[in-house]
Design a protein around this ligand. Structure first.
Ligand code: HEC
Ligand code: HEC
Length: 292
């Protein structure tokens, strides 16, 4: 009888041990390439979003990143940037990848309306699709905001959306980035940053009376700054007295060769954008400026 009881107890213990083993949560091995692909994309997107200046134009000083509401005063009226967080109702959370690419490449909204060129899609048009989608991945990884976008304050007839269609039709040509094989890889990367990603041309190149960038006078300076201030040229000839070390210091900290700090809207460009350039990208930007 004793033997039967011992056998029974041992069997119970064995069953308990087996149950404990079976109840352990199974170890799941995630596909590590997928994880790093996603986080890498968001990281790349963060860097690109900084260089592209999306944050400066779309983020109020106190508030959620990219929730809009920043007033941009121009000769044509005051634009108020929209909420571009991933909120489904108040932001762009319902946009597909195609919608996002369409906006940056053609300046066109998901319902086919056109954007005013105060949104510099005129420069972003030549970004690679990969860069655009990395930017989207980063934006969609951020907290969302339920702040409604506000209407622009524009005089009639510019206030009509159709005016933006007209502008786009007359002045805009979408373009893919053209690699110039007469120049180095460094120079070409600089071209991509200056003219497209960081859109230096939007401020440093003169425009015609319709506000179209005059490519024949690229980077020769303009008087399209806020309150018609004049913006200096940044071609090789304009920067001939700047040493590489001066330019490096300038794009990192905004320090001018004479020891003063730069002012006006360039402060934001340095703080939100060029300050984050990798050494390699800063070298390419300088290479491009010094050869133009
Ligand atoms: C110089 C300021 C400026 C910069 C820089 C800028 N935007 Fe904008 N953006 C605007 C303005 C102004 C509008 C509104 C245009 C309109 O209503 O026609 C806009 C509109 C948009 C829209 C359309 C939103 C909607 O609800 O239809 C998207 C998307 C957008 N921007 C994304 C971006 C991204 C991404 C970047 C960076 C790659 C960026 N913007 C950089 C000023 C800017
Ligand atoms: C939003 C408009 C704007 C954008 C975009 C912009 N800049 Fe500027 N930049 C200015 C203004 C305005 C000044 C003059 C600031 C001052 O008066 O202190 C300036 C000054 C400069 C200077 C100093 C020139 C001198 O002779 O003192 C350099 C160099 C420069 N910018 C390069 C760039 C580069 C490169 C980019 C693109 C990465 C860029 N800027 C984008 C507005 C802009």
């Amino acid at each position: 009888m004793k033997k039967v009881i011992y056998l029974f107890i041992s069997l119970c213990c064995l069953a308990l041990i087996i149950m404990l083993i079976l109840l352990q949560p199974k170890k799941i091995k995630l596909d590590s390439t997928l994880i790093s692909e996603k986080t890498d994309q968001i990281k790349r997107g963060e860097y690109l979003t900084q260089l592209a200046g999306c944050i400066g134009c779309h983020s109020p000083e106190d508030g959620i990143l990219l929730e809009g509401g920043v007033e941009l005063i121009s000769d044509f009226g005051t634009f108020i940037t929209p909420n571009i967080t991933a909120d489904v109702v108040f932001g762009i959370g319902s946009w597909s990848d195609q919608d996002f690419v369409r906006a940056l490449r053609f300046g066109q909204s998901p319902n086919g309306a056109y954007y005013y060129p105060a949104f510099p899609y005129t420069s972003y048009t030549a970004l690679t699709q990969k860069d655009m989608l990395d930017i989207k991945a980063y934006i969609f990884s951020l907290p969302t905001s339920e702040k409604p976008s506000q209407p622009h304050q524009l005089p009639f007839p510019i206030s009509l959306r159709l005016a933006a269609l007209g502008w786009n039709f007359v002045n805009f040509h979408d373009a893919e980035f053209k690699y110039n094989s007469d120049f180095s890889e460094l120079y070409n990367r600089g071209d991509y940053i200056v003219n497209h990603l960081a859109h230096c041309q939007e401020c440093h190149t003169p425009r015609n009376w319709l506000g179209k960038i005059d490519k024949s006078l690229a980077l020769s300076g303009s008087n399209f700054g806020s309150e018609n201030e004049s913006i200096p040229g940044i071609r090789a000839i304009d920067l001939k007295d700047w040493l590489d070390v001066d330019l490096n210091m300038f794009f990192q900290e905004g320090l001018l060769p004479d020891g003063d700090y730069v002012g006006s809207t360039m402060v934001e460009v340095i703080d939100n954008s060029t300050h984050y350039l990798t050494d390699q990208d800063r070298a390419s930007l300088i290479e491009y400026l010094k050869n133009n």
